[in-house]
Design a protein. Structure first.
Length: 569
């Protein structure tokens, strides 16, 4: 968490200029990949650029997702004039239901972006109350005191945009997620013209994606992925399974086109895959005949050479279709020798072990498995170094603020800009919660606001904190031991027990002697309490816990979680 002086307490710029300043801060998305949430403020008015979630880190046991702490916005809800979205990926839109539960603000996005938002809000029973406004790339709109011009970018998700935001302090550019696609699908292109025109007029600040700054050259084209998939389709003579992200509409369209070319019926699996394809078809972003899509119940009776199963689960999620397929637990299909599996998605850092385990299980069944590390079956949607240089040269910003990346990415982005001639003082490496101010005279850091993470565990929002996570780690590492005593409430004597239950610590049948000695120790501790003292069960429980902790440490060198339970009868 970052905390510090209030925004309203910062002194004027050194030249004494007391005119309102343009303020930028992030509640997420800087120093990390995911949870993108950026705010621009001017004279009591604010807009938010994206509102994303992040997948939990490996040590966040039992956590479903992570969102920004919106406390700063909740305290200033009357100042938020609108939320503008760059595209529909979860790391840019996934936290919207949690924000909208306490704030009412219009949401602006392209048609497909709002399509994804509608699916999410409908799932959370929030769609009817939401105010969604579709924008057209290239057509500016007003959210006072800002004039906002969305410009089309190419990304792994269709209908993505960046934004030029005209403010009283100057023009700023948010790149969104982008790459400079050399062979885009018809109607999809990168709008060099708009950015170039603003570069000539003057860009105060560029807020730019840093994700792939460590990758040299230019981002490979999606057409290369299609060429690879075409080659695999051509030689596959049995069942073909492809797993990709349910939001990758361009990739899905290319796969559907290949299914038509090679006369395969398409079977959809995975809730998000089915939902997104239905939504994209209804909105005109996907084109495939109704006859090409078949019900899963027809899969088994369809000849293997005519089957294409299109599914989610590319990250090896335990209950996903792909994981069930790999263990012969998928209701509609068992893979056999000669079948082909393509994992057409990025290997997200942290998921390597699960994905490799999935590939091993698939390989044991004699299937041919293609994935990112062996074939060009995935192309990043984020700019490589040369593309990033091109964006800086196109916009010629006075200031650069690297966003969307871990600290090493931000720092490398800074060095890249300096190679192009930008001064070090003109590049700001921020952290979530840091406030950056601009006026006509310059830019400066201007204090901090609260910025932390909120953990989502099922329906519990923010109730799962460090103590709970610490206990989960404890249980996962050393297990648990429960001691149960039934005691007569009048006489204070033991009626039953002690009984000992263990989970994840030792197997009772093989450690009977150890557990019997532990029971004897509990009785010894109990006997040290006189009848009056036995009325204070809290003291007795703590004494039992401490004695067992010491005993088990000496006997096993392990530290299970010890839970004494006393039942009064």
């Amino acid at each position: 968490m970052i905390s510090g002086e209030s925004l309203d307490s910062t002194p004027p710029f050194p030249d004494g200029n007391r005119s309102p300043a343009l303020r930028f801060l992030s509640l997420g998305g800087i120093g990390e990949i995911g949870m993108n949430c950026y705010i621009l403020e001017y004279n009591g008015h604010s807009i938010m650029i994206d509102c994303g979630q992040m997948q939990p880190e490996s040590e966040m046991l039992g956590i479903d997702l992570v969102i920004p702490d919106f406390s700063y916005l909740f305290e200033r809800k009357d100042q938020l004039r609108g939320i503008i979205l760059t595209h529909g990926h979860e790391d840019h839109t996934g936290a919207l239901p949690y924000l909208l539960s306490r704030i009412t603000a219009p949401i602006y996005g392209t048609g497909l972006t709002l399509g994804f938002v509608k699916v999410k809000l409908k799932e959370n029973k929030m769609l009817e109350e939401a105010r969604l406004i579709e924008i057209i790339p290239g057509e500016g709109f007003e959210i006072a005191p800002f004039r906002i011009v969305p410009y089309r970018v190419t990304h792994s998700l269709a209908d993505s945009v960046g934004y030029v935001i005209e403010t009283p302090a100057g023009n700023v550019v948010f790149s969104g997620d982008y790459k400079l696609e050399t062979d885009p699908r018809p109607g999809d292109y990168f709008d060099y013209k708009t950015l170039s025109s603003y570069g000539e007029r003057g860009v105060l600040a560029l807020f730019a994606d840093s994700t792939n700054v460590e990758r040299p050259g230019t981002t490979p084209s999606e057409s290369k992925v299609t060429d690879t998939l075409d080659r695999i389709f051509r030689k596959a003579d049995r069942t073909l399974v492809i797993s990709t992200f349910a939001s990758s509409i361009h990739r899905i369209q290319n796969i559907l086109d290949l299914a038509s070319k090679y006369d395969r019926y398409v079977f959809l699996s995975g809730l998000n895959m089915v939902r997104n394809i239905r939504m994209a078809r209804e909105m005109g972003y996907l084109d495939i005949s109704e006859e090409r899509i078949r019900d899963l119940r027809e899969l088994e009776e369809t000849p293997p050479e005519r089957r294409l199963l299109l599914s989610t689960g590319s990250q090896g999620e335990p209950l996903s279709v792909m994981s069930r397929l790999a263990l012969d637990r998928f209701k509609w299909l068992n893979l056999e020798k000669g079948d082909t599996v393509i994992i057409s998605a990025r290997v997200i850092p942290g998921n390597e072990k699960a994905i490799l385990q999935l590939i091993n299980h698939l390989s044991r069944r004699g299937t041919e498995v293609y994935y990112e590390w062996t074939e060009h079956v995935h192309s990043s949607g984020h700019a490589y170094r040369e593309d990033m240089k091109h964006l800086i040269q196109l916009t010629r910003p006075r200031y650069l603020v690297p966003i969307h990346g871990e600290y090493r990415h931000l720092n490398a982005h800074k060095k890249l800009a300096m190679e192009l001639g930008m001064e070090e003082e003109s590049i700001f490496i921020q952290e979530n919660g840091m406030v950056l101010e601009f006026n006509g005279e310059g830019a400066r850091r201007a204090g901090d606001v609260e910025a932390s993470r909120v953990l989502i565990d099922g329906n519990m929002v923010g109730d799962t904190g460090n103590v709970v996570l610490r206990d989960r780690h404890h249980l996962s590492r050393d297990g648990m031991l429960v001691i149960i005593l039934a005691i007569d409430s009048h006489s204070g004597t033991i009626v039953s027990g002690p009984d000992i239950l263990t989970r994840g610590f030792v197997f009772a049948d093989e450690n009977e002697d150890l557990l019997n000695r532990a029971k004897d120790l509990v009785l010894e501790v109990f006997d040290t309490f006189d009848p009056e003292s036995r009325e204070d069960w809290g003291v007795m429980k703590e004494s039992v816990r401490r004695a067992l902790k010491k005993f088990l440490k000496n006997e096993t060198a392990r530290f299970p979680m010890i839970l004494p339970v006393i039942i009064e009868i």
